[in-house]
Design a protein around this ligand. Structure first.
Ligand code: COA
Length: 287
């Protein structure tokens, strides 16, 4: 691989259209990994395009929620074995590191704490390196017949990148080690039972259920939603004292930065007007 050429930035004003497609519909940005002939294996070009796409969508007002899916019958067959592994095997260490960094940039460095809500809609095969963006997305809905696999052990490598770390965040140790060590595949239905995805639904209902979930998120106060998801992810690696202090600061930040003044309105509706009961639904947002 000529990694210098591969790592050059696209000049397209909208940085998608080749390895990544983006469509907007009612403030949902459908972000599609688009290498169906390679089962959406993640090449260096896809990684670079995806980084640019994610950056662009952060500022794009047509996008309130991102849904990541795959073209054809695959979500993603993981890292491209030819383009990422074989092609970089003999590259100088600095070049190899640069190509890997490009992938980490989008798969977790950006996605894990991305300011807008993210949903992985797993429409088919999901292998190896694809587990990292799957876990980094906030929520995940899968086709119940989608096939998942931590296949690395079957061809002599370990789930690296940060796959082991990613799965340890959402799967319990017994389940994770079982699949890391056996390389057996499992279905979307099983993935939901293990907590790797939120839900598994029949293929015919996958898009409808994903849209429904995205619309629920779009109804929420976006400032507070952003703070809540980012705070949740950061505190999981903190000690209790650190978490308490950080959450207090984050909570103040959410209140100060919220142009809708959601907390104040909710208090008013609950305490003064008696028009809102949290157990019966959301407060009336003033937008
Ligand atoms: N890297 C590079 N190329 C890949 C790939 C990957 N991870 N996964 C699939 N491809 C390529 C195949 O080499 C083939 O290319 P070709 O047409 O040039 O021969 C093409 O995609 C179609 O794959 P194929 O295996 O024929 O499709 P399938 O529908 O029969 O099977 C999979 C789909 C996903 C089950 C199978 O491709 C597979 O097992 N892929 C590897 C998954 C994996 O272990 N990934 C971990 C990487 S970290």
């Amino acid at each position: 691989m000529n990694s210098k050429a591969k790592l050059s930035k696209t000049s397209n004003p909208e940085p998608w259209g080749k390895n990544v497609l983006v469509e907007f519909e009612d403030r949902i940005a459908w972000v599609t990994m688009n290498r169906p002939e390679k089962r959406n294996a993640i090449s260096a070009d896809l990684a670079l395009e995806m980084s640019d796409v994610i950056d662009a969508l952060e500022a794009d007002e047509r996008c309130g929620v991102l849904v990541f899916t795959g073209a054809g019958d695959s979500w993603s067959a993981g890292m491209d074995l030819r383009d990422y592994f074989r092609a970089t095997d003999n590259a100088p260490p600095a070049e190899r590191a640069r190509v890997y960094r490009a992938n980490w940039a989008w798969q977790w460095r950006r996605l894990l704490h991305y300011p807008k809500p993210t949903i992985a809609m797993v429409n088919g095969w999901c292998f190896g390196g694809a587990f990292t963006p799957l876990v980094a997305c906030d929520l995940a809905i899968a086709d119940e017949k989608a096939v998942f696999g931590l296949s690395e052990i079957n061809w002599g490598i370990i789930p690296a990148g940060v796959v082991c770390k990613a799965v340890s965040k959402v799967m319990n140790q017994r389940d994770a080690l079982y699949y890391v060590m056996t390389g057996e595949t499992f279905t979307g239905k099983k993935a939901a039972r293990m907590g790797l995805v939120n839900e598994a639904v029949p293929k015919s209902k996958l898009r409808k259920r994903t849209v429904q979930l995205a619309k629920t998120l779009l109804e929420k106060n976006p400032t507070v939603l952003r703070q809540a998801k980012v705070a949740f992810k950061f505190v999981s690696d903190m000690h209790w004292e650190e978490a308490a202090d950080y959450l207090m600061a984050k909570s103040d930040q959410a209140i100060l930065n919220d142009p809708e003044r959601g907390r104040e309105h909710a208090m008013q509706q609950f305490l003064d007007e008696k028009s809102f009961r949290p157990g019966l639904g959301a407060y009336r947002r003033k937008r």
